[in-house]
Design a protein around this ligand. Structure first.
Ligand code: MN
Length: 174
């Protein structure tokens, strides 16, 4: 009788633990508890992130929240910087140039890339974008969906980035 009681208590305990684990796995934003994960609007949860989120970029160079994770620093053989930026919806870089050019590899989400004087290009998961050396441009997320981008900046002996003014609300697509 006592053994049965212990066994029953253990079972109930395991069931409670099991429920708690399930609850922890399904953390959702307030007000979205009944919405399936695939339909939630919280892009930070929805976008697939290969790399750590990294550090928030400074307000003087970005509008909104953009997070940089540097993967590779340049050395004398590979004069190249490689990293990942996660742009929250609406976040974008200031206008800037790269003296040695830049390649972007979009791994998730939807965003924009614009070279000064040219139309805004929509960029999305799977796109690869080349930005020529010394060419003024900006890149970032769309207003509704965030963006995960890997950046490759070669020829760092010429410099990495020259920051300029912010992209205005008028310049940013609605
Ligand atoms: Mn750039």
């Amino acid at each position: 009788m006592k053994m049965r009681l212990i066994a029953l208590s253990s079972l109930i305990f395991l069931m409670i633990i099991g429920c708690k684990e399930n609850a922890a796995e399904n953390v959702v934003e307030e007000g979205e508890a009944d919405t399936p994960l695939s339909e939630q609007t919280n892009e930070a949860e929805k976008l697939y992130s290969i790399f750590p989120k990294g550090e928030k970029g400074p307000d003087k160079n970005f509008t909104g929240n953009a997070y940089n994770y540097t993967m590779l620093m340049p050395d004398s053989t590979y004069t190249t910087v490689v990293g990942n930026v996660y742009f929250e919806p609406g976040a974008r870089s200031n206008w800037h140039t790269h003296p040695g050019g830049q390649i972007l590899v979009i791994t998730d989400g939807v965003g924009y890339h614009q070279i000064e004087g040219k139309p805004v290009e929509t960029i999305r998961k799977g796109d690869v974008v080349k930005c020529p050396p010394e060419t003024k441009h900006w890149h970032g997320a769309s207003a509704e969906t965030g963006l995960q981008q890997i950046y490759i900046v070669p020829n760092t002996e010429k410099g990495i980035v020259n920051w300029m003014e912010a992209v205005t609300e008028e310049q940013y697509p609605k």
